[in-house]
Design a binder for this molecule. Structure first.
Ligand code: DGJ
Length: 754
């Protein structure tokens, strides 16, 4: 609900209040963003500057309440006494926007440009501010667990105006904060980095042309006492896939100014008379229930209002992807063999990755030519797709539409379609970017991709993008607008297609892309130990339903680490599960284990993909209120390990629960020489007998089944001991390095009947 009362605006939902007032000078002053309060609290929540501020500037004579530098502002100009960073810069001009009017609209207010928007807002408040020759509109859309802000600047004068900077929002909040950002690089995305926000500005920005794996646009501000379950945490994100900028800085008065928007480095836009510039939407979330509470609010918002309606809360298929198993080396025969095996394991979707078109036999040629390679696929894409569907699998296909190899028919025909500057071309993965600011390039992409999707009845697309954008300069924003137009033209008329965006893994893991692509390939690194960091980083702001998570081979391609198959599965369960290894080389024990994994995942997939996610000392928890699933993850094994306490959250304290471990087994070969302690005969640890046995036999371990109260589970229960002996003991959790366990917690039947 949005109300206006004597110049006080109150945006209120069950989970938050957002309050600001128009002060005596027509300047919007921020009052509160946090737990629900009453409109009548406005005065108590506002800054009351008191006596003068020495060298500060007063807008109006002696009135200290007109000292902009000391107030919490909802927006700020420049050159009028507020020395903090301004969210707006007009070239060579101060700015001083004052209140003119407001409007409350039902639902969302559509944008004129191709930027994607959240959907399903209850109401939208539009505040119009003005100064000579310009109008500034601040938009506030109310969603149950988040507020979405954006701004629009219009040149109302006769002469052109040069815009250097326009943020989506600016906000001043009282308190001491630390900023958590999610940084990294290729195969090392989403590492949480905490930086105390003090007198010097903390900046989170991308200059690569993409939202980037370097610095994800999402970030948190949290108070010093915040934990997973308690304390004040704010979350911010941008519905945008290009260069972004956010800053936070604490003033001497203890007010933290935070703002976010498009990165304005190298940005300059001339607005002719009557022209407007629209910023992307920014998402603002808050919680007094710690990081877990903040994640819950953000996840709800993304699942309900960002991903396309057709895919909201829709269970995601278990897929098999050909990349890590085949790379470029495949033909129809090999793919059909893999598809048969994938089906047998329980997969539902077969995805053909890179290498199916033109001269694409490695990453040096062919990109841009979406003509099927008939040597590899003699029956064409339609023929392959049909054969795969006949096996009972859906069929998905990889594209990398934004790039081109110089060694391609497309480049030979249209060298001017590639983005270059006056210097020698700079390549990334042997490719250049196509100039998506050109209408003919966008038309080419739509025209070459759509017929393949329709004729081969493609039900999933992996849209890759493997290089950072350079040679873009001030075109960076227009490139992203071009990309959104292409995505809209291809996928809006085809809502049944599940789009999984990928950019060398998580190089474009953002809310802009998620408006088209309900799931995103989180990282090219599928090593489960690495994935624990990557998926946990992503989990603060993005729900599990958005994270592509695959089981791949061990030793792992990027780390050379050998991990148990169980752990590879257990980590991938907390996302959209897939398999990406050569199925032909699986051992019988592995086939059996993967079948069990997929059956288990399907049984609980909605809890894994859409349940409330939280982090604890041992790992992760998801819950849909009925079923709770906990993952416990280990690193290197220590001799004489301590007890482990599993502490869950969100249960009913008086209810009784059945907690059971997912049955896991250990390969007999892992015991090697130790088998002498249990085997009746002496087995050669390097002999043929053990090698054969290891292919077929496993030993179960550490099974846990108990009935216990919610209170005890939330207090923490001690798990079965970890392996601490020389031999096999079924009662110990015997998993070796990088082991893990899954626990299934359900209310007991008697309890449910009460
Ligand atoms: C990079 C992606 O991240 C991989 O998953 C794979 O699709 C390759 N590109 C194919 O070239």
């Amino acid at each position: 609900m949005i109300t206006e009362n004597n110049g006080v605006f109150h945006i209120q939902t069950a989970s938050y209040s957002y309050l600001f007032k128009i002060n005596a000078y027509g300047i919007p002053e921020h009052l509160h963003f946090g737990t629900p309060v009453q409109t009548e609290d406005a005065e108590a929540l506002s800054c009351r500057p008191g006596l003068g501020w020495g060298c500060s500037i007063l807008l109006n004579g002696e009135d200290t309440a007109s000292c902009l530098d000391t107030l919490m502002l909802e927006w700020s100009g420049s050159g009028r006494g507020d020395y903090r960073e301004s969210p707006l810069e007009l070239a060579g001009q101060p700015s001083d926007f004052r209140y003119e009017s407001y409007e409350i609209l039902k639902g969302n207010a559509a944008m004129a440009c191709s930027l994607p928007q959240a959907h399903g807002a209850e109401e939208t408040l539009v505040i119009t501010l003005a100064q000579k020759n310009a109008k500034l509109q601040l938009y506030y859309s109310a969603y149950p667990t988040a507020i979405v802000r954006r701004s629009v600047l219009t040149n109302t004068g006769e002469a052109p105006m040069t815009l250097n900077k326009l943020m989506s929002f600016s906000l001043d909040i009282p308190g001491n904060f630390t900023m958590a950002t999610f940084n990294g690089s290729w195969i090392a995305e989403m590492r949480r980095t905490d930086t105390v926000v003090g007198a010097s500005k903390v900046v989170n920005e991308s200059l690569t042309g993409s939202s980037s794996n370097r610095h994800n646009p999402g970030f948190l501000l949290f108070e010093p006492d915040a934990t997973e379950t308690a304390g004040r945490v704010y979350g911010f994100n941008l519905v945008y896939s290009g260069n972004h900028y956010a800053s936070a800085q604490r003033s001497h008065q203890g007010l933290t100014r935070v703002m976010q928007g498009i990165n304005m480095s190298n940005f300059c836009r001339e607005l002719k008379s009557g022209e407007s510039f629209e910023t992307p939407e920014a998402v603002l979330c808050c919680s007094n229930a710690g990081f877990g509470g903040l994640s819950k609010n953000m996840h709800t918002f993304v699942n309900d209002h960002i991903v396309p309606v057709a895919w909201a809360h829709r269970p995601r298929p278990v897929l098999y992807n050909s990349w890590e198993g085949c790379v470029f080396d495949f033909n129809e025969h090999r793919l059909l063999d893999l598809a048969g095996r994938a089906k047998d394991l329980g997969c539902e979707l077969f995805v053909l990755d890179d290498g199916w078109f033109g001269a694409r036999n490695n990453d040096k040629a062919g990109l841009g030519d979406y003509t099927v390679n008939k040597k590899k696929l003699p029956h064409g894409m339609e023929g392959l797709a049909k054969r795969i569907r006949d096996k009972g699998l859906d069929f998905g296909l990889w594209f990398e539409p934004e790039s081109v190899n110089v060694d391609s028919d497309l480049y030979r025909a249209h060298p001017d379609w590639a983005l270059t500057d006056e210097f020698a071309p700079v390549f990334g993965r042997n490719q250049l970017l196509l100039d998506l600011t050109k209408q003919e390039v966008r038309d080419y992409l739509v025209k070459s991709i759509c017929p393949i999707l329709d004729s081969a009845k493609i039900s999933y697309v992996k849209w890759d993008m493997n290089r950072h954008s350079i040679a873009l300069g001030s075109k960076a924003h227009d490139f992203i607008l071009g990309l959104y137009e292409v995505l809209d033209r291809i996928f809006t008329p085809r809502p049944g297609i599940l789009l999984e965006s990928c950019s060398s893994g998580g190089n474009r893991f953002d809310l802009g892309i998620m408006c088209f692509s309900p799931q995103v390939w989180t990282s090219d690194d599928t090593d489960p130990v690495e994935r624990l960091t990557i998926q946990q980083g992503a989990s603060y702001l993005y729900p599990q339903s958005t994270m592509g998570a695959h089981v791949s081979a061990a030793p792992h391609a990027q780390t050379l680490r050998t991990t148990p198959l169980a752990t590879r599965g257990n980590v991938a369960f907390f996302g959209c599960l897939g398999y990406e290894l050569d199925l032909k080389h699986l051992l019988p024990v592995e086939v059996k284990e993967i079948k069990t994994q997929i059956t288990f995942y399907k049984q609980y997939r909605e809890v894994f993909q859409y349940g409330t996610f939280s982090r604890n000392a041992l790992g992760w928890q998801v819950s849909d209120g009925k079923n709770t699933l906990a993952g416990v993850f280990h690193g290197l094994v220590h001799a004489a390990p301590s007890y482990e306490q599993l502490r869950l959250t969100g249960l009913k304290k008086d209810a009784r629960y059945r907690i059971a471990s997912l049955t896991q087994t250990i390969r007999v070969g892992q015991f090697g020489n130790l088998l002498k302690h249990v085997a009746p005969v002496n087995i050669d640890p390097n002999g043929q007998l053990l090698r054969i046995a290891d292919r077929h036999f496993t030993l179960p371990y550490g099974e846990e089944v108990m009935t216990v109260s919610g209170a005890a589970l939330m207090n923490g229960i001690l798990l079965r001991p970890l392996f601490r002996g020389t031999g096999y003991d079924q009662n110990q959790r015997t998993h070796g390095d990088f082991g893990s366990d899954i626990y299934i917690v359900e209310e007991t039947v008697e309890n449910r009947q009460e």
